[in-house]
Design a protein around this ligand. Sequence first.
Ligand code: NDP
Length: 295
Amino acid sequence: MSENLDQSAVTVLGLGPMGRALAGAFLDAGLRTTVWNRTPGRDGELAARGAAAAGSAEEAAAAAELIVVCVVNDDAVDAIVRRPEVADALRGRTVVNLTADTPGRARESARWAAEQGIRYLDGAIMTPTTSIGTPAAVINYAGPAELHQELRPTLAALGGTQTHLGEEVGRAAAYEIALLDIFWTAMAGYAHALAIARAEGIGARELLPFAKGIGAILPPLFEQGAADLDGGAFSGAGNPMTSAVSSMAHVVHVSEEHGIDAGVMRAAEAMARRAIELGHGADGFLRTAEVLGHR
Ligand code: NDP
């Protein structure tokens, strides 16, 4: 294991919007940056800023001891790094995989890398391309703590808050999946609310201040929910599930009156009804997290 990894140079494999942002931040930090992308022609602006444009992934892998990969998913990562010429070039080097995928895929990639003699750290980028290299960036890592510690000075070029979540290599992806669950179901709820509002003649801008108010209610509810889940008690004093389920049924009813699909809210209502059937009607809605986990 290299104790003196040369961190004055870095390679970035993958030049989608995020790969370009990462490479740009490394260049801004003064690192010798080599870039490669499957489809040629994405490296023009980076090359103009001083990046070395490699002609192949194996050439790019050989150009630095630290290789950052950021492509659409881990199938794409495998398509790049598991080609024998690339795997050979990576041997003895360090890969930081900032591609989003599942915890299982992160574990599988780490296993493969270990077999190949490649040091491997998994990462998950939680903020948009514009945040990279600024204080707004949020990037989580999982894998060997020692390796993360060693790479910190270089990864600092990506900016913001960078957290090592643990040695278990699936952990950054697991956090990401949980957070994406919140994000996409919330966005589905907002999109659905906009459709209902429009059907009732309410414009998105008219709804906006009230929608933002609902958003602001959530953080304290998350805090209460975390305390409840850890403590095993689910206070429903303010809003028991028997009451919550009735307001959900209203949303389903009005959606369907307007011919708007109510699948998302029906799913939420079904979660609550199941918890009530199991005798938790006096509890708050987040009791459903436990019920879901025990199916
Ligand atoms: P994409 O997710 O669209 O990824 C595009 C990159 O993947 C391109 O370099 C593309 O190469 C490459 N790619 C796709 N399929 C293959 C393949 N089979 N073999 C080799 N390369 C392939 O864009 P982003 O750059 O935005 O995202 C990269 C990662 O960053 C994703 O996992 C994404 O979830 C994550 N992320 C992105 C954020 C964002 O705001 N954009 C925010 C947070 C995370 P080619 O040009 O040849 O098609």
